[in-house]
Design a protein around this ligand. Structure first.
Ligand code: SF4
Length: 345
């Protein structure tokens, strides 16, 4: 019998579990405390429930944590964890240690249906949405769990395409009955889906990173097919309705491709597009992937682009490349693992 997983359930969902078991209402909070504060691994450790009750709950539920299937470690300390999800798929999470922070980049889907041409995950096509259990398990089941300072939803998949489970994960991470993290420690990175972005902006206070990659409609549509159904100008118009003047941060991710999106015309248009917004542009040097003509820029090209943006009054930074020796491009490791599994079948 496949048991339901308790880890990854919101307080409302735990109330339903306790009601069904005939427990008083307050036991849902106690259960949340065991799951998200006391970090138990078995239902039997919920010692404020009677033995009989623990047995009853265990007959239908399990905690539902699972260790990574593999890990690769870079010379710079970055680690890529591989997790098995949806019974036979693989996803990646990247642990990125820094001077004063330790960030985990989590995945929210196996594969992705957005088909951005520069992305290995896009090539895997869509294989399924992760549940909040599978999203949060990436955070809870790595050895660095207790040292983590930040989480970015920037791994495999498009978070707004799995908004229900992503919002549940954010609720568990930021509620006082959950992990109690400040939303300012969490960033959701999206390519921008116009019928979903409002829901995220209204239901969460986490930071937003919008993947821009080109300010020109036709060029962006060639890189990211989503531009046709969710034009970036419409997404930015929606973003302008929300308050980013306080602690909540807005940033634009800009993958720099040599000779493509790095001209003075791009800088001028980026300045026009972001005018009046309190934001930052994060420049990311493209990591080359097999089978594409897109080229990675030299480090000094990225720095020149950053300086030119700064001159226009746009705060911009070049994100340091991490984990290049273990395949920094997201989706490489899981693609290799999936190919390995196919060969072994
Ligand atoms: S860049 Fe993001 S949205 Fe685009 S295909 Fe890759 S995972 Fe999906």
């Amino acid at each position: 019998m496949i048991k339901e997983k308790l880890y990854g359930k919101t307080l409302d969902e735990l109330v339903a579990v306790t009601k069904k078991a005939g427990l008083p209402g307050y036991s849902a909070k106690q259960m949340a405390d065991w799951l998200y504060r006391k970090e138990i691994n078995t239902i039997d450790e919920m010692t404020n429930l009677s033995k009989k009750m623990r047995e009853k709950i265990s007959s239908e539920y399990e905690i539902g944590l699972s260790a990574p299937a593999d890990v690769s470690e870079s010379r710079d300390g970055t680690k890529k964890y591989l997790f098995k999800v949806l019974s036979d798929k693989y996803i990646e999470s990247a642990f990125i240690p820094g001077k004063n922070r330790a960030t985990l980049c989590v995945s929210c889907q196996a594969g992705c249906r957005m088909a951005c041409i520069f992305c290995m995950t896009g090539r895997q096509h869509f294989q399924g949405n992760l549940s909040s259990n599978e999203i949060l398990n990436q955070f809870r089941s790595i050895p660095e769990f207790s040292n983590l300072t930040n989480i970015v939803f920037m791994g495999m998949g498009e978070p707004l395409d799995n908004i229900e489970e992503v919002l549940k994960s954010l609720e568990i991470l930021t509620s006082e009955w959950g992990y109690g993290w400040s939303p300012t420690r969490i960033t959701l990175s999206t390519i921008g889906l116009k019928n979903r972005i409002r829901e995220f902006l209204e239901k969460s206070r986490c930071h937003l990173a919008l993947s821009l990659h080109s300010p020109f409609d036709r060029e962006r549509a060639r890189l990211m097919p989503v531009q046709k159904s969710s034009p970036v100008r419409e997404i930015i118009d929606i973003i302008r309705e929300y308050d980013f003047s306080g602690q909540r941060r807005l940033s634009f991710e800009y993958i720099l491709f040599s000779g493509l999106n790095d001209t003075p015309a791009h800088i001028k248009e980026l300045a026009r597009l972001t005018r009046g917004l309190r934001c930052r542009i994060n420049i990311i040097r493209f990591h080359e992937i097999p089978g594409t003509e897109l080229k990675s820029p030299a480090p000094d090209e990225a720095e020149r682009f950053r300086d030119a943006l700064n001159k226009q009054g746009i705060p911009a930074t070049v994100r340091a490349s991490r984990g290049e020796d273990i395949g920094a491009a997201c989706g490489l490791l899981s693609t290799l693992e999936q190919n390995k599994q196919k060969i072994n079948q």
